[in-house]
Every structure is written in structure tokens, then in C-alpha cells.
Design a binder for this molecule. Structure first.
Ligand code: GLU
Length: 423
């Protein structure tokens, strides 16, 4: 390995544990030049803002927000906004790089970004949440826009927050700009199927993987970690398709029923009690027990680093479908490969969200509304062709699927940079 590649390994503070160690090797495999490495090594724009928001008590509180626009060679930067008390600029950088790869693997014309506010939204009233959202958008308004950088929902942000983003941006600009943000409600320039597109896109990929790997006859017992928008929709769609969802969890606890959970009943239970725990007829389990339960398909749909060197050997699933961003550390990924567990990586598995965001953006720019059928059909096509690209390379190179996906993502970004004359 050249000195340059070693440098990437050392720069661990800049990129996440997961992408970085993987990327160092991928860069070496692709024999990148030092110009190419330099170009990928740092985000194009990365900033932190401090902004005031008025609390219900009448007091003004200062908040910290970040936004990182990692690369926009293939199109405007695209990526969600998360509200989380532990958010750091370094993590936002990692996640924005994953967005670059994700849009590239899905082959949609976007670069990648990510942002967020350091806050626990569960401690804010609805009005305070609105003030924080609007304050953050006022602070970053000059740097976003339909042809610059387009935010979307991410961890703990939803449709109503996307409306506040839209409204605040339009007030500042003095005109309608629906394509400035995606993940909006249908009644306000949103797209059909966007609310469940991450989950559905992942399931299309899963079904293609089962077919290609000759696992179609697998009994299909599923465990889902996380019951936010993505986890809940995944459990619902899998249940509707006849899979047996045997375990789910959320931040307050998990449940297991070997006979299969009644997902519509569970959704009602969660809406009523605020958690999946204590669901009648199911046993309460811990998060660790969920990850190690006897299932065929494990779907991490919560936060990063959940599957790691400590617990990866306990996983009994044959397929891991990463609907969360970066839920598996590189060490765990290697253990899965050794154990012949097929891991479908986040940049492929959860790309359905940003793919339908692309459709939403495109509908907004053309003042169109597509029928649900059209959105779903096009989503399926994009997901299956992305899967085939990754799976094809994986077979050729006999490598892990994440490695193949990253290679494809990196190559396409570099090609765009080359065509622009930056290389
Ligand atoms: N936050 C989602 C993701 O990580 C969606 C991003 C988007 O739609 O722009 O993929």
C-alpha cells in the first residue's frame, strides 16, 4: 500500500470507522492516483451554525447545527436532516459521504450531503421544535436550494418538519420553491410512496437477493431492530407479503413471538403506548436478544454501529438487510462474510428513500403529480438495477457486497469529476 493509502487509514477522525477502513482498501484496489484520493478525502463544504430559538418559557436558547455537502460532481447535494443530542460534525461528514455513495450506487443525479441539529426532539414541545427547525433553516438558507443542496427527513425528523423547512425557505426567498426539500406530505408537493419508500426499496432488493442466491425457499422469519418510520414500514410490508415477523424492538425494548407478530395490531399498540414493549401475546426481549434471535433475515433499522465485533458472532440470520445508515461496523461485516451471512449494505439497501426523493424533486420541478403505481414501478426498476450492478461485481471479484457497492459508487463519482475537468 502506498503512503497515501496509509494516510487515509490514519485520518480516522474524518471518516467513520466503517467507511474509512473499507475505503482505504477500496482506494488501493482501484489504484487511485493521489489527485483522486485528495479529491475524495475531504468534503467540499462543511459548516457549523449557532442559532437562537425562542422556548415556550419565553427564554431564548442557542442551538448548534451542522451541514456537510461532501461532493456534488454528479448533481446537487442531497441528504437528510437529523435531530439528535449526540450529533457531531464528524458523524455528519461520515453520513454525507455515505449519501454520495448511495446516490451514485442508485445512479441518480445527485451528490451527497447530511445535516442536523444537536437536540433531543423528545424534550421539545411542538412549538419549540418548529422554532428550532425554522432557526436552523434561516442559518443555512443561503447554502441550500433545489440546484444546490436538498434536505430530507432522517433520524427523528418527519413530514411536518419538512413543511416548516419549506415554509421558512419560501418566506426568505419570497417565492414558491417546492423542490428545495423532499419528504413533504402529499398535500404539500410531496410524492406518493415517499413515506414508505426506504422500506419498500429495501424489500425489492431483498427479494432480488433471495432469488439470485437461490434462497427463495428460505422460511422467511424476520427480526426488525427499530420501529421508527423505516422499521415500522418494513415490518408492515414484509407482513403483508407473507413473511413472518417474529421480533421487533424500539428504543424502549423489544418483543418476540415465534408464531409471528400481528403487525397491524402492534402498530396500534405502539401508537397507544409509545413503544412496542409489553405487546400482548409476545415475550419482552432486550435489544441484544433481538440481534441474536433465531431468524432468517435481520433488518437493522435504527442507529449506527449496532452490529459490531462484540455481537456479530451471535447473529443467526442468513441475511442482514441494512435499512439504517452504518448499522454494522467493518469488523462485524468481516465476521458475517466469514460466516457466509449475506449482508446487503446500507448504500444499496436503504437507497429507496433518496430514490423517491429524486422522483419528488423531479415532479416538483415539472409541476407534476405521479400516480402511486408509477412511483413504485420506477423505484423497483432503479433498485433492481442497482442490486444487479453490485451483485454482478461482487461475483466477479468474490468480495463482500459493501465492497462492491463502494467501488461502483467511488468510480462513478470520479468519472463525473473527470468529465468536469477536475481530474
Ligand atoms: N435520510 C435518508 C437517507 O439517509 C433520505 C435522504 C433523502 O431522501 O435525501 O437516505
Amino acid at each position: 500500500m502506498s503512503k497515501k493509502h496509509e494516510r487515509i487509514h490514519v485520518d480516522e477522525t474524518v471518516l467513520c470507522k466503517l467507511c474509512l477502513s473499507e475505503l482505504g482498501e477500496i482506494y488501493a484496489d482501484l489504484e487511485l492516483t493521489s489527485d483522486e484520493l485528495d479529491l475524495l478525502d475531504m468534503p467540499r463544504r462543511s459548516f457549523t451554525v449557532h442559532f437562537p430559538a425562542r422556548m415556550d418559557s419565553g427564554k431564548t436558547k442557542m442551538f448548534v447545527g451542522h451541514r456537510v455537502q461532501y461532493n456534488d460532481a454528479r448533481g446537487p447535494s442531497k441528504g437528510g436532516i437529523r435531530f439528535h443530542p449526540d450529533l457531531t460534525i464528524d458523524h455528519v461528514k461520515d453520513l454525507s459521504f455515505l449519501m454520495v455513495l448511495k446516490c451514485s450506487v442508485a445512479n441518480i443525479p445527485f451528490g451527497g450531503s447530511k445535516g442536523g441539529v444537536v437536540v433531543n426532539p423528545k424534550e421539545l414541545s411542538r412549538n419549540e421544535l418548529e422554532q428550532v427547525t425554522r432557526g436552523y433553516i434561516r442559518a443555512i438558507a443561503d447554502y441550500i436550494g433545489p440546484f444546490k443542496d436538498i434536505p430530507a427527513p432522517d433520524v427523528y425528523t418527519d413530514e411536518k418538519i419538512m413543511v416548516w423547512i419549506l415554509d421558512e425557505y419560501e418566506r426568505i426567498k419570497g417565492m414558491h420553491v417546492p423542490a428545495v426539500v423532499t419528504g413533504k406530505p402529499l398535500e404539500l408537493a410531496g410524492s406518493r410512496a415517499r413515506s414508505y419508500s426506504t422500506s419498500l426499496g429495501g424489500i425489492y432488493v431483498l427479494e432480488e437477493a433471495l432469488k439470485k442466491a437461490g434462497l427463495s425457499e428460505l422460511p422467511k422469519g424476520v427480526a426488525v431492530q427499530g420501529f421508527g418510520n423505516v422499521g415500522e414500514n418494513a415490518a408492515r410490508i414484509l407482513h403483508e407479503k407473507g413473511y413472518k415477523v417474529i421480533a421487533v424492538s424500539d428504543s424502549k425494548g423489544g418483543i418476540l413471538s415465534r408464531a409471528g407478530l400481528n403487525i397491524p395490531g402492534l402498530m396500534a399498540h405502539k401508537a397507544k403506548t409509545g413503544s412496542v414493549a409489553d405487546f400482548p401475546g409476545a415475550a419482552n426481549i432486550t435489544n441484544e436478544e433481538l440481534l441474536a434471535c433465531d431468524c432468517d433475515i435481520l433488518v437493522p433499522a435504527a442507529l449506527a454501529d449496532q452490529l459490531n465485533e462484540e455481537n456479530a458472532r451471535d447473529v443467526r440470520a442468513k441475511i442482514v438487510l441494512e435499512l439504517a445508515n452504518a448499522p454494522t461496523t467493518i469488523g462485524a461485516d468481516e465476521i458475517f462474510f466469514e460466516k457466509k451471512i449475506m449482508l446487503i449494505p446500507d448504500v444499496l439497501a436503504n437507497a429507496g428513500g433518496v430514490v423517491v426523493s429524486y422522483f419528488e424533486w423531479s415532479q416538483n420541478l415539472n409541476s407534476e403529480y405521479w400516480e402511486e403505481d408509477k412511483v413504485v414501478r420506477r423505484l423497483k426498476n432503479v433498485m433492481i438495477s442497482a442490486f444487479n450492478d453490485v451483485y454482478g461485481l461482487c461475483h466477479e471479484e468474490k468480495c463482500r457486497m459493501r465492497r462492491a457497492a463502494y467501488q461502483i459508487g467511488v468510480k462513478r463519482v470520479l468519472q463525473a469529476e473527470r468529465l468536469r475537468g477536475n481530474l
